[in-house]
Design a protein around this ligand. Structure first.
Ligand code: TYD
Length: 202
């Protein structure tokens, strides 16, 4: 069964799309799990708290290691076992988030990010990556009243670089990427995404 990742800048609507997608999978009686990064395991959730705490000062290189550690436990404890029991896996963020945020967003060399993550992901790349593409100005407006985490507090320019990074990744990995206009109605987005997921279900 497919391993699907959902990517996009902060405020692009990933959580809304995931909850609608869950309804769709339940309606179709499919066996699936949904996970999120950073997090998804007891250790991962602790790392998440550290990473998103605005009081922590963490350099981009340190971020690469921390996100990769969280990813390693998630892959080992949750994703690989679920794949072995033929479940569809949907992950809110994965390796491409590190490439987009720490790489394109903060200037860490992509080769270093791949190097650190290779043992963490144990050769597990997604079958499909859905990119919710949207202008960061719209997201800033959406997040206006939210209590911002450490990364969101870094502001608009980071989000602009991250968006460009994602679009570059979508070019590089054309065969596994589906770029969706995230200004569309969530229901319409889910229909578009579902059409693609259907083709991957055995
Ligand atoms: P996210 O779960 O997207 O935020 P929210 O709970 O606010 O919806 O938060 C994770 C943050 O971490 C987000 O700003 C993106 C960032 N991130 C990276 O910088 N690198 C990574 O590898 C990952 C997985 C996330």
């Amino acid at each position: 069964m497919p391993f699907i990742t959902l990517e996009g800048i902060d405020g692009s609507g990933k959580s809304t799309v995931i909850s609608l997608l869950k309804e769709k999978l339940i309606e179709k009686s499919l066996d699936f799990i949904v996970v999120r990064e950073p997090g998804g395991t007891p250790i991962g959730e602790k790392i998440r708290t550290l990473l998103l705490d605005p009081r922590c000062s963490i350099s981009p290189i340190e971020e690469v290691y921390l996100y990769a550690s969280s990813r390693a436990t998630l892959v080992r404890e949750v994703i690989l076992p679920a794949l072995s029991s033929s479940k569809i896996i949907i992950s809110e963020r994965y390796l491409d988030s590190s490439l987009a945020y720490q790489g394109y967003g903060k200037g860490v060399p992509l080769s270093f990010i791949y190097e650190v993550n290779r043992p963490a992901i144990m050769d597990l790349y997604p079958d499909l990556t859905i990119l919710l593409d949207i202008d960061p100005n719209i997201c800033m407006e959406r997040l206006k009243n939210k209590k911002k985490d450490r990364i969101e507090l870094e502001g608009l320019n980071l989000q602009k670089r991250v968006r460009c990074g994602y679009l570059k990744l979508a070019e590089i990995y054309k065969e596994r990427y589906l770029v969706v206009d995230a200004t569309k109605e969530p229901q319409g987005i889910v229909e578009e995404v579902w059409e693609r997921i259907r083709t991957l279900i055995r």
